[in-house]
Design a protein. Structure first.
Ligand code: ATR
Length: 287
């Protein structure tokens, strides 16, 4: 790596950050595009988030990704929020223009881009979203904003209801909430176009589990899984076997990174290089 005196610095703040794929993914992308940029991980404690953001201004760091547990905590320290990030209530990307810090949520925008990249337009489609945690929140807002008809299913019904109420209020279209049960899956999958797993079911070491029985998967569905370890979850394998289109967790991870990259550099991200780095690290074959 050749670091010049003009290098621009980007990075990720979180705790922990040691296992993040982002440094490898972004540094490979900077190198591929011949950019004088470098990306480093910063482990930041909860109580130091404000000081870290002051440091971004003081050191003229160009941009940051923000990961668990700081996606909400960084918000009051920024100068401006992108409207989608504000509605979601979480920021995962910060751009610094001469000390003016703007926060975005490319987890949400990246999820949408991953769908569009596969030729899937969620506008006007029936989408069944499993889960009501942090990942589900970003995905549900971007889908509602795009004009999808959303139904939320969650093991804990109350959490799905709270999410659905927030969405109904924010976008003025009704979002339904149901318990994640076999019979609700049977009933809702009958007229679903897109199924999104935003629960952690199927993640290593529980890779033998799936949130949806294979008999309910059909060729007319697009099936997305936020779980990226393993890359091909049991749900995605069974969806493929049923003839469905699939979007994996790596697609989403790479697109959120690509969208952050483009905001910092103004250069189109080398998405395939980024995907290759992530799949290489996860032990899969590059797509
Ligand atoms: P994330 O930020 O990845 O969304 P999270 O906020 O902890 O993580 O949310 C995890 C989601 O997976 C929740 O919707 C959770 O359901 P509950 O709200 O009922 O806890 C869901 N989940 C985790 N394990 C599950 C399981 N074994 N069966 C069904 N849902 C599960």
């Amino acid at each position: 790596m050749n670091i010049s005196g003009k290098v621009k610095i980007c990075g990720i703040i979180g705790d922990p950050v040691e296992h993040s794929m982002s440094p490898a993914m972004h540094n490979a992308a900077f190198e591929k595009m011949g950019l004088d940029f470098v990306y480093v991980p910063f482990r930041v404690k909860r109580e130091d988030v404000g000081k870290a953001i002051d440091g971004v201004r003081a050191l003229n760091i160009r941009g940051l990704n923000v990961t668990i547990p700081h996606k909400v905590a960084v918000m009051p320290f920024l100068n401006e929020l992108d409207p989608l990030a504000e509605k979601i209530g979480a920021v995962n990307t910060i751009v610094n223009d001469n000390g003016f810090l703007k926060g975005y949520n490319t987890d949400a925008a990246g999820f949408l881009q991953a769908l569009l990249d596969k030729g899937v337009e969620p506008k006007g489609k029936n989408v069944l979203l499993l889960g009501a945690g942090g990942a589900s929140r970003a995905i549900s807002f971007v889908l509602a904003e795009r004009g999808a008809n959303l139904v939320l299913l969650n093991r804990t019904l109350q959490k799905a209801k709270e999410s659905a109420d927030r969405l109904t209020e924010a976008f003025g279209r009704e979002v339904r909430a149901l318990e994640l049960s076999h019979w609700n899956l049977v009933a809702e999958l009958r007229h679903a176009d897109i199924l999104v797993n935003a629960t952690s079911v199927g993640m290593s070491p529980q890779q033998d589990e799936t949130p949806v029985p294979p008999s309910l998967l059909t060729a007319s569905l697009t099936v997305c899984d936020i779980v990226y370890n393993p890359i091909k979850t049991r749900l995605l394998k069974e969806a493929e076997a049923a003839g469905a289109k699939t979007v994996d967790g790596v697609d989403m991870l790479v697109w959120q990174g690509a969208m952050a990259f483009e905001k910092w550099t103004g250069v189109k991200a080398p998405v395939e290089v980024m995907r290759g780095v992530v799949t290489g690290r996860l032990g899969g074959s590059p797509a």
